[in-house]
Ligand binder design. Sequence first.
Ligand code: HEM
Length: 557
Amino acid sequence: AAVYHWPDPLLDNIDDQLFVDRFTTMNLLANDCGYRDGTSVAGQWLRMAFHDFATYDKETGKGGLDASIIFELDRPQNIGVGMRRSLMDYVNLPTEYVGMADIIAMGAVMSVVGCHGPVVPFRAGRRDATGPGPETVPEPQEPIDEHIRAFKRMGMSKEDMIALVACGHSLGGVKQSEFPQIVTPDLPVGITFQAPYAFNNSIVHEYFTGTTVNPLVVGPNIETRSDFRIFNSDNNATLRRLSDLNTFNQECSTLIARMIDTVPSDVTLTDVVEPINYKVQKTMLFPQNGKLTFLATIKILQTGLFDPLVLHLPKRTVTMFWKERTGQYCPDQGCKVDLLRVDFEIASRYAFFHGVLQHYFYTFKAEIPAEHSISHFWFEVDPKNGTAPFIVDNHGANYVIEQDSILYDPYRSDYMRGGSNMVVAVKDPKGTAQNVHTYSTLAGSPHVRWPVNTTSTFEFTRDQSLPPTDGYTFYSGRVPENALSNTLHADIDGKHYKQWLPHLIVPGIINKFDSKVYQDAVGADAFYGQHEFHGGAMPFPVDADVMFEMRKIANEF
Ligand code: HEM
């Protein structure tokens, strides 16, 4: 599995999307094979991944999952409302660190599991194309030899092709509005490939029992019966194998993974991404009330079976330690910080199949003398279950605060909707700071004929309304509301500094959890009311919606 060394913007983001929150785009839309446009969201997402992949050429090593589909939407081969709808779903997800190609691949994974199919392993790190690929998506009117040739070019054998088509065409169907020569006017306006709205091998059984209505098998137009020609191109041997559900699930998982992992030959993907345990995230360091405030959260996975009706905090205790950056301040064993708060979130369906049921987020707040600052931090976890306490320290490397010269300042920034006034604290004893700016990913800017995210630079200037304090001067600038991710940059005394601001904690999108942490940071403790507690084995204040969700999930197991 891919190893997470903090900070890693790519894996951090992918982990959030795949595993953490049931209520993200990725988890919500394709979940339960949700219906849309006469088909399923999942069907639309999976087809888009295939069409993006279908530009691959094994000989040249070009194409594959590279989001070139964005530039290919006007082609008849990519006809269909599903393509545009899928892109609309995805449009806000890519950032400076996570490309659209990864999102499209993730969509394929989520569509399969969302329709109760198997887990398709996910790797990250695809690179987005800057222009269209060749016009090479297979079309239903083409002869079988052409399909075999096309899949061979994509790196798939004839048997792979048969299986992959059966896997893909277990979702969705064909629309009259898009393929009137296949779904002729005497037929219903849309026909699904198989009866159940689920990722399974009904398509195979319906084929063998003669009950199929798959228009690419029994449609009135013989020329466009491509599934029929493909399925029996090996005398049905592959399809017979796939009539066993376990075999179908296994082979589909492997083949869809191969499909989405097909990338240009100069792109290297990460290892398979598993839920990341002890993930440090959402760190913030900023001057406040004559000190530096440091916030950090560590995510711990809840695995194994549990009784969803008896929610309780694990007995474990988690403690944070940190060390000064200059001078002598902390004892040898580090300055100790007790827990500020614990939150939890139910895991995604995809995470359930990795044995993860929910996530605990342990958040800490350290008060740090500005003159000493902070160089690194780590955690001690005591499971309190008879096993020994252990240290979590970024695989031995510690969580190192690379620099404290340029810091995002949530305390002084203003999150009002309609763009934000972002404030950056700059440690600049010689007064030489230059080029203080953020490099931001903006949602949905018109770039090509289809909106894709773009990146822009926003300059900051000295903010005279904020008096210097604790060695920091303050710079501010307006960052648009649609900024999805930001990286701060500055040159100070001839040296370049940068700080990545994780997606979701910066202006633009602030989720519930983060806004609470933000409230904590600025000292509005009362904000939480009864939902606030500081460590210890206290019951969660669970609301009815969450209970309902958890029961539903428990029943699905
Ligand atoms: C020779 C190969 C293939 C041909 C000729 C073909 C053709 C088609 C056609 C004509 C449609 C109807 C689209 C619409 O009406 O909007 C369709 C839908 C679909 N195809 Fe394929 N396909 C092929 C291979 C695949 C593969 C390999 C996959 C995925 C692994 C796949 C996934 C899908 C899905 C999920 C849909 C449903 C889309 C929706 O409901 O919106 N197809 N395909």
